[in-house]
Design a protein around this ligand. Structure first.
Ligand SMILES: NC(=O)c1ccc[n+]([C@@H]2O[C@H](COP(=O)([O-])OP(=O)(O)OC[C@H]3O[C@@H](n4cnc5c(N)ncnc54)[C@H](O)[C@@H]3O)[C@@H](O)[C@H]2O)c1
Length: 301
């Protein structure tokens, strides 16, 4: 579906490729770009930054919480009308620990945001899209949704599930001959800061290029877009190579199985740790807010 003239909703639109896609959609003439994010401060800054390019609105939403999604959905529909294009982009990586070192909390957070979040959001918009006979859903997954990678077990499993869900949804809609389309985008590592510290044999992708390719794939109604294109061969290689040979080539020779060893993430910026919790009195708050509340001096440091 063409962006021009349509209402576009982007989750996680305050950072990385989400923010760049928001800018690109405005440049392409979107009627309105609506940003949902958990980071309230970043929403205000992003709306201010992009408002010179067109109509952009921001709403606080924790996509992992159905109640928060309901509230954001109601506020969005009241202020902006119906959504024509939904880009499910928000995602997190919690750490580079082995699975044995993980906590229940990290398992829940990763699956709730990366896997269930896009489902919760999509469920609130898909019935309206089907009833109106128009709409496009673009799901930003990851090449890690096709690969098994050490020290990334939670992230990879969340993205494998995402790809399976996104592809199933696409096939359901296509078999119903619905005019609503789905594009699944699976990029390799991107230089946004989310995966700071990794050592990659393969080229780390440029955020601007990935964002533009994702929007273009959506506008061309592509069903699946691996970035870079060579990623489309992963499944073929998994199918034809004996497991040990695949492990040797990609794990040992290309170093993919040690790619996360030096991962740091965005240490310098707590707003991007994506750590959040629920506070019954205050609603959903980013942990940054909670930490500042507990220790106001930290903010001054
Ligand atoms: N960066 C990479 O190397 C890479 C590679 C492949 C796929 N991806 C995927 O692309 C997407 C964007 O990645 P990025 O690098 O631009 O990320 P990013 O960290 O720069 O931005 C993610 C945004 O999502 C928001 N967010 C986090 N949790 C949320 C929640 N519960 N509810 C609403 N918003 C929430 C954050 O506040 C942030 O604005 C993610 O889904 C990621 O998994 C990233």
């Amino acid at each position: 579906m063409q962006v021009k003239g349509n209402n576009v909703l982007i989750t996680g639109g305050c950072s990385g490729i989400g923010k760049i896609m928001a800018r690109i959609c405005l440049e392409k003439g979107a009627r309105q770009v609506i940003i949902w994010d958990i980071n309230e401060r970043a929403i205000a800054a992003t709306v201010k930054e992009l408002s010179g390019k067109g109509i952009v609105r921001g709403f606080m939403a924790d996509i992992s919480d159905p109640e928060s999604v309901d509230a954001a959905c109601a506020a969005t529909k009241a202020a902006c009308g119906e959504i024509d294009i939904l880009i499910n982009n928000a995602g997190i990586i919690t750490n580079n620990r082995t699975f044995a070192e993980q906590t229940d909390r990290d398992i829940i957070r990763t699956i709730d945001i990366n896997t269930k979040g896009a489902m919760f959001v999509t469920l609130r918009f898909i019935r309206g899209m089907k009833a109106r006979g128009r709409g496009h859903i673009c799901n930003i997954t990851s090449s890690a949704g096709m690969l098994a990678l050490p020290r990334m077990a939670l992230y990879t499993s969340s993205k494998w599930a995402s790809i399976g869900w996104s592809e199933s949804l696409r096939i359901e809609l296509s078999r119903e001959k619905s005019p609503v389309h789905v594009t699944t985008v699976a990029p390799y590592f991107i230089n946004t800061g989310m995966f700071n510290g990794i050592h990659s044999f393969f080229k780390i992708q440029d955020p601007e290029v990935v964002a533009r390719k994702a929007v273009n794939a959506m506008e061309r109604n592509k069903s699946y877009k691996g970035i870079p294109f060579s990623e489309h061969f992963i499944r073929l290689m998994q199918g034809i190579f004996p497991q040990r040979l695949f492990d040797f080539i990609f794990g040992d020779v290309c170093g993919l199985y040690t790619v996360m060893n030096h991962f740091t993430g965005r240490k310098e910026n707590v707003t991007h740790e994506h750590v959040f919790t629920k506070d019954r009195n205050a609603g959903v708050r980013s942990e940054e807010v909670l930490r500042e509340r507990e220790n106001p001096r930290r903010k001054m440091a």
